[in-house]
Design a protein around this ligand. Structure first.
Ligand SMILES: *[C@@H]1O[C@H](CO)[C@@H](O)[C@H](O)[C@H]1NC(C)=O
Length: 77
């Protein structure tokens, strides 16, 4: 019984950590800090960059911007 409990706990931990480190969209990456660049379509890149590391999450890859929740190439904004 104890073994099953430990195995279950391990499974949950592995599932949780990989979910936190990966993003569903192949065009986005999990980052600890908000990147110093435009994030959404129509955004202008910030002039002063404050490293915002309080909200880690999935951000679009370089050259991609978020539009309606999806990461699209800048040219498709
Ligand atoms: C990722 O980018 C490619 C190339 O721009 C695009 O064709 C594809 O639809 C994007 N994937 C998603 C899930 O948005």
């Amino acid at each position: 019984m104890k073994f099953i409990y430990i195995a279950l706990l391990l499974t949950v931990m592995i599932a949780y950590s990989s979910a936190a480190a990966r993003c569903r969209d192949p065009n986005e990456t999990y980052l600890e800090c908000t990147p110093c660049a435009a994030i959404n379509c129509g955004d202008t890149p910030p002039e002063v960059c404050v490293a915002a590391c309080l909200n880690p999450g999935c951000f679009c890859n370089k050259g991609y911007l978020r539009k309606n929740g999806k990461c699209v190439p800048e040219s498709q904004c």
